[in-house]
Write a protein that binds this ligand. Structure first.
Ligand code: GLN
Length: 160
């Protein structure tokens, strides 16, 4: 942890990431690194791990926190309710992002420092940034579109 310039927390299962990171003693170092300004990008479960507040968490589930948002886990239903949609993300240019949602969370509310990067047609927020932290409900890592990652890497570079 002392030698990294940025961290990407991928999708998966936030309750498991939480348990394992505590079991292996990584949760506190990650919390401290976030507090010290480490750039972190969380996708899906990773966004849940960055959220200060989780709704529909399992009992005792904790996050690393840092992002002043309330996220709801599994906001679109079960695995079979997974979907892809075309999202406008002005920060990444005119070309829409093909966003893949797999048992994805949504951002239900956010604090004044948080900026929405993308919303669904119904207005629900699915991509956010706050300082050196960013999170997406969906998985840009599986579509071959590297723009979100480039956006994050630029943030890492500018903060070092
Ligand atoms: N539903 C999962 C969770 O609660 C996230 C799913 C994902 O990362 N694709 O962590």
């Amino acid at each position: 942890m002392e030698h990294i310039a940025g961290l990407i927390i991928p999708g998966g299962e936030s309750s498991v990431i939480d348990k394992l990171s505590r079991l292996y003693g990584l949760a506190e170092p990650i919390r401290s690194a976030i507090a010290a300004g480490l750039p972190v990008y969380g996708t899906c479960a990773g966004l849940i791990m960055l959220a200060d507040t989780i709704l529909d968490a399992i009992e005792g589930q904790q996050s690393f926190g840092g992002l002043d948002v309330v996220v709801r886990r599994n906001a679109f239903g079960s695995q079979t309710e997974s979907f892809e949609t075309s999202l406008s993300v002005p920060e990444l240019g005119d070309e829409p992002v093909n966003a893949v949602f797999i048992r994805a969370p949504v951002v239900e509310s956010m604090g004044p420092q948080v900026r929405a990067l993308a919303t669904l047609d119904d207005g629900r927020v699915v991509a956010v940034e706050q300082g050196r932290l960013m999170g997406t409900s969906f998985h840009p890592e599986i579509t071959g579109d590297t723009r979100f990652h480039e956006y994050f890497v630029a943030r890492v570079r500018s903060s070092n």
